[in-house]
Design a protein around this ligand. Sequence first.
Ligand code: BT5
Length: 259
Amino acid sequence: MEEIERQLATERLGKTLHYFPEIDSTNNYARNLAEQGAMEGEVVIAESQTRGKGRLGRSWVSPAGRNLYLSVILRPKLSPLHAPQITLMSAVALAETIQSFIPFPPEIKWPNDILVHDKKMAGILTESSCTTDRLLFVVLGIGVNVNFPREEMPVSIRDTATSLMTLSGAPVDRTALALQLIRSLNRCYGDLERLGFPPMAERWAGFFRLQGKRVKVEMMDQAVQGKAIGIDGDGALILEDETGTRRRIIAGDVIPLEP
Ligand code: BT5
């Protein structure tokens, strides 16, 4: 950990690390820190999580010594409406990092999954706190399966998950991965701030393989089907139905209906 802190000493994100051998959830801890006034860029990192969280009350399998679990506190100058841009920016940073460790192209599954060969390698959980017109902070949580062999995975994810080691054929240095990921987040966050969302959306689209494909999107209270067109300026997914009508989806789970 000292190595990561030393290497990131001059960067905006990662200068201050909070490290835990075990924690309930790095996102919960980071949220508490942020509520108590922690600086932008503070990072919480853990060897294992006892209550790792996914979206919508789902859980994130987080065994010790295998993977990467981290949360970054951000204080972006964005309106709450634009908070999804942070999830999409971090998906780009994560996909670019993963790409440099394996010989296969990762895919971003809107809004927050990184898949390789149709299996989930990493997930992002962004939680934000805002007033009506201002984002106070965003906790950006990232979990990456690093040296997580299939036989150690619980049956519930064994057929749907993968890890860097499984695809690269050799164990991956988790410190090197964490360093590269935080550096990549630093760059992408700076790019988003300096250049705005359209260029980031373009990079995002380079990892989006469902463009033009029929998909089903399951939302809290309903499901819709249509052709995935891409994302709009706010990071919403654009879906086109049979009549050519387009609608924006802000949150949901995408299920591909064609290969
Ligand atoms: C996510 O949710 O993909 C967000 C995961 C974020 C985890 C990080 S770890 C650091 C930080 N601290 C936290 O407490 N969380 C964040 P979602 O799209 O809802 O996907 C959850 C689903 O993915 C589960 O219901 C499982 O089906 C599957 N899953 C759970 N653990 C997995 C794993 N390790 N690898 C692949 N798939 C997994």
